[in-house]
Design a binder for this molecule. Structure first.
Ligand SMILES: [Fe+2]
Length: 320
């Protein structure tokens, strides 16, 4: 089996650009994931983010998680748990308006460092979206514009820790799902593994790699590319020892952005075969649906949006 795609972004500036773009294309078509190195975000900054995130977990989150585990008697479970995950999380929103100053328990240093880090990630997300445009034959800026809506993209971060779990076979760190949004950028622990993606019906590890950023594609990119690129199921297996840090930033459409397949990517219909066309919808409506169906397959979500679309725009009724 081909190995997990790793992109050295420095190679985009030299002779190896073409080969590198091919690896990205193959990753988008066949993996839904790839890992970036030499992505321009300083290693020193990443080290500080990691140090402060781990300190914050120990200081503010760990005890709360232990109490939750005790209150639900999760240590002693005997059968598979399907309605919760073995994870400790909090969320930060950056765009359209930051809520970082309202999040309790964050000290000034941590806020400052996270702000600098996510500004780098935002630039990186836009750069990666343009690489995707280039591979798809879309004009530069097409995907950024498609996400824009009236207030620009939604950009937020889920900061997670996956503490050691005594029964990783019975309770997942995070149950299998595809991501609803656009482009996801992940800074994951380089020592404790656990993230897996589903490829050809097999769970494959996303390898921890120091100072890398893992990219994956959400459902909206599948819709805009009309299925040329796919969002891929992934999950987290908690480990019996070691706490895994995961900082996932979501570069998503604005809530009122209208999402639909890029016209140039919709194949022309042939006489006897109607090609599948993904639905057109407002991103916020998709998110409302996703909230209740995150851990289910994406196809029924696309179908539901298609049904809503035909309710909104009924076919003309023949009159006599
Ligand atoms: Fe995810």
């Amino acid at each position: 089996m081909a190995s997990f795609p790793v992109i050295n972004m420095e190679n985009l500036n030299g002779e190896e650009r073409e080969t590198t773009m091919e690896i990205i294309k193959d990753a988008c078509e066949n993996w839904g994931f790839f890992e970036l190195v030499n992505h321009g975000i300083s290693h020193e900054l990443m080290d500080t983010v990691e140090k402060l995130t781990k300190e914050h977990y120990r200081k503010c989150m760990e005890q709360r998680f232990k109490e939750l585990v005790a209150s639900k008697a999760l240590e002693g479970v005997q059968s598979e748990i399907n309605d919760m995950d073995w994870e400790s999380t909090f969320f930060l929103r950056h765009l359209p308006v930051s809520n970082m100053s309202e999040i309790p328990d964050l000290d000034d240093d941590y806020r400052k460092v996270m702000k600098e880090f996510v500004e780098g990630l935002e630039k990186l997300a836009e750069q990666v979206l343009d690489l995707l445009c280039e591979n798809l034959g879309l004009e530069k800026g097409y995907l950024k514009n498609a996400f824009y809506g009236s207030k620009g993209p939604t950009f937020g971060t889920k900061v997670s820790n996956y503490p050691p779990c005594p029964k990783p076979d019975l309770i997942k760190g995070l149950r299998a799902h595809t991501d609803a949004g656009g482009l996801i950028l992940l800074f994951q622990d380089d020592k404790v593994s656990g993230l897996q993606l589903l490829k050809d019906d097999q769970w494959i590890d996303v390898p921890p790699m120091r100072h890398s950023i893992v990219i994956n594609l959400g459902d909206q990119l599948e819709v805009i590319t009309n299925g040329k690129y796919k969002s891929v199921m992934h999950r987290v297996i908690a480990q019996t020892d070691g706490t895994r840090m995961s900082i996932a930033s979501f570069y998503n459409p604005g809530s009122d952005a209208v999402i639909y397949p890029a016209p140039t990517l919709v194949e022309k219909e042939t006489e006897d075969e109607k090609n599948q066309v993904y639905p057109k919808f407002v991103f916020e409506d998709y998110m409302k649906l996703y909230a209740g169906l995150k851990f289910q397959a994406k196809e029924p979500r696309f179908e539901a949006m298609k049904t809503m679309e035909s309710n909104v725009n009924p076919s003309p009724i023949a009159t006599v």
